[in-house]
Unconditional design. Structure first.
Lengths: 211, 211
DNA sequence: ACTTAATCCGAGCAAATGCTCAGGTCTACT
DNA sequence: AGTAGACCTGAGCATTTGCTCGGATTAAGT
């Protein structure tokens, strides 16, 4: 495989040029769609530029009109998906806070919202997090973690609940991390022993008990 | 890059031949050492067979005397490390159960043991879990998860504690998963906000409170 | 109509990399 | 000493793949 440099990962993940005309926008969209599809189906090494171009129905030359290299194509495809997840998670937090039966009902609603959002993209996310070497260099990936933290902190303040330990901020961070990790674990890696429903209920129980 | 088949990942991760003579054992050891070193330093794509052979001080031909392909070399190197981690974690569980001040003291000791074991290999593990596509096809990787579960279940029984929810088995699984995930998160991905010590204490607090 | 820029095309180059193979060297055993 | 087999060597093949580049085509502006 041709590597552009000796550096392990390129920091050149940004697109190259903005598509101006509608024709060009359609091209870029087709490329990102194809990339996401191939990535989910064939894994990281299954993504070759020629293959992507063919699947998108455009020529190789067109890819490199808008992206400086292969990594930036994959990064753009993932970034788009991650932005959607962040929006969906924010949305379910908003409705969760408006619910009666706080905090239990809110937590329940939010958990299910997050799981649904991840579940819809489980194959893609699994590959992204397990195989894409520069995944955490994608700004949207870092953002998602931060966003989750912000939402959690905000939720804690609004619901006027505190964990029963020392530092509410650190406790919330940790609890959020743990919940997120548990959800990822079950949604992405599908353990045989534990059903989705059972996980959700237990998780809600735990968090409620700790609040 | 030459891929042996269209299948996403090879199940051909097993070594090919056992080294019989001491000279050969040294060769294999040198190969595994070099592989782990390069993997940790340069990432998955930095591992090339020629490079590994050179770094190990043996010729390419010798690699393929004992391993059928590149993946099996990486798998063997990681398997060796994972076996050590499993042993260390088991060890710290044994001493943890012998401690006074249960369950708090035991949990504290065990947590610290796990973190130390992971910390010693953090770079390698980070690459392994983030980039190696067949990581979870390595039997030792699956085993480690199972081992953790077994140890946790055993610890729960021995300490005669139960979580306060429905099904002790599922609750323990979930709690173990969450703790493990939180530890991995902090050891491997080094969040700036939260110190190692603070995480450990809070984690022990939480688990103690839930028991 | 003319110009300029945006967009698209795709054959093919340059480089990397997994792995083979024909033959050499060392060890164990009779 | 002789032999079988374990072990090692490394030049080079076969293949893959990221990406360039010269030029065609289409759209926008005047």
């Amino acid at each position: 495989m041709l590597r552009p440099s000796r550096q392990p990962y390129p920091h050149d993940l940004a697109p190259k040029k903005h598509p101006a005309q509608p024709r060009a926008k359609a091209t870029v969209r087709a490329v990102l769609d194809a990339t996401a599809r191939i990535l989910a189906r064939d894994g990281y090494d299954g993504v070759t530029t020629n293959h992507v171009a063919e699947a998108a129905g455009v020529s190789i030359g067109s890819l490199y009109e808008y992206f400086p290299n292969k990594q930036s194509i994959i990064a753009a495809a993932l970034a788009r998906e991650l932005r959607q997840i962040a929006d969906e998670v924010k949305g379910s937090m908003r409705t969760a806070l408006a619910l009666p039966d706080q905090p239990r009902g809110g937590i329940d609603h939010w958990m299910r919202g997050m799981m649904a959002s991840l579940d819809r993209r489980s194959r893609l996310l699994r590959v992204a997090m397990r195989e894409v070497p520069f995944f955490w260099d994608i700004p949207e990936a870092r953002n998602l973690s931060e966003t989750l933290q912000h939402i959690a902190q905000e939720g804690r303040r609004k619901s006027e609940r505190v964990l029963h330990f020392d530092d509410p901020e650190a406790d919330t961070y940790l609890l959020m991390t743990m919940c997120w990790a548990a959800i990822l674990q079950t949604v992405l890696y599908r353990p045989a022993h534990l059903s989705r429903e059972r996980l959700t209920r237990t998780l809600v129980d735990m968090v409620t008990k700790l609040l």
